[in-house]
Design a protein around this ligand. Structure first.
Ligand SMILES: [Zn+2]
Length: 325
């Protein structure tokens, strides 16, 4: 592990002419009065304990072993180590180290993508194995390989259930970009699938978070999503057509035919837009929709079975929709 992107800087006194003065702040949670080292990320300082970090990270251990040069920057008697990471990522990692791994609550699905991303990046960079393992665990939970687990996420109303389906636009795009080069193809595919549901403007131009930080898919991924969502829509319409044409034992044929048509029409389009989300309709949702249109039990059973088979086939071949162009 190289530490050449870490610096022990020793600037003292006012900045040279032409340099802007940056106001350096102390992090409100990670400034311990008995801390023995100050880490600086962006314009935030963290006063922490070198023994704790050295115990968790061989990279920090090696870094702290380097003799402090004469004139090195010191704050409250502590050497200052400048890191090239974001202050946000560093705060997530320090929270993981100091507060413990508290992220496996609720079946391991309660962590935000940003926490996991920090563990993934810095866990690897600083060789903090426990955090890197935690990130990998959550990524697997986020994107289960089983359709029934995907459906459980869809059917769960709890806001604490953060599954692949619940990624917001920023998270999904950032996830796609972050996972480039990592061997996590299913998770990246499901994140791209999520991007297919965006409005065209967001798909092409990206999304901004509350701090106005914009993330955007690369041109290749944008094209992949546009092609994939057309194919997904076509396959979805084929499944719906199969429903309409299927024979079934039906006691109230006239009522059911009209009800089935209304229910199925709602899956062709979503609020006036083309529907690129054939995995959205779980068995539970299908049943509720058919029942709201007074379709008989026999028809509902038949249609759910047919629709489910179509969804399963899409799920089983989902990677083929996103193969490299
Ligand atoms: Zn019927």
């Amino acid at each position: 592990m190289q530490v050449d992107n870490l610096e022990l800087l020793g600037r003292k006194g006012p900045p040279e002419d032409g340099q802007s003065v940056v106001e350096v702040k102390r992090h409100q949670d990670f400034w311990f009065d008995d801390g023995s080292i100050v880490l600086r990320a962006e314009d935030i300082q963290f006063r922490v304990h070198r023994g704790v970090l050295a115990r968790k990270s061989t990279v920090f251990n090696d870094l702290f072993a380097v003799a402090r040069p004469d004139g090195a920057e010191v704050v409250d008697g502590c050497s200052v180590v400048h890191l090239t990471d974001s202050a946000e990522d560093l705060a997530h990692v320090l929270s993981g180290l100091y507060d413990g791994i508290q992220y496996r609550q609720n079946g391991g699905s309660s962590s935000s993508w940003r926490t996991i991303r920090a563990f993934l990046r810095l866990g690897d960079k600083y060789a903090i194995d426990e955090l890197h393992r935690e990130a990998m665990h959550h990524l697997q939970v986020y994107a289960s390989g089983y359709l029934n687990e995907w459906d459980n996420f869809l059917d769960a109303d709890s806001v604490n259930r953060v599954g692949a389906r619940k990624w917001d636009e920023w998270d999904a795009i950032d996830l796609v970009n972050t996972l480039k080069g990592l061997e996590l193809p299913l998770i990246r595919t499901l994140a791209l699938y999520r991007c297919c549901q965006f409005q065209t403007e967001t798909l092409i131009l990206g999304a901004s978070d509350k701090n106005k930080i914009r993330v955007q898919l690369c041109q290749k991924d944008i094209v992949t999503c546009i092609i994939a969502r057309e194919s997904l829509q076509v396959r979805h319409l084929e499944i719906i057509d199969t429903l309409a044409a299927s024979p079934s034992r039906c006691a109230t044929e006239h009522t059911c035919a009209a009800g089935r048509l209304k229910a199925e029409a709602s899956w062709r389009f979503t609020e006036g837009h083309l529907n690129y989300d054939p995995l959205a309709q779980t068995d539970k949702r299908l049943r509720e929709k058919y029942e709201s249109h007074r379709v008989c039990g026999s028809c509902i059973k038949h249609c759910i079975s047919t629709y489910h088979a179509g969804r399963q086939e899409i799920w089983d071949t989902i990677d083929e929709y996103f193969e490299d162009i």
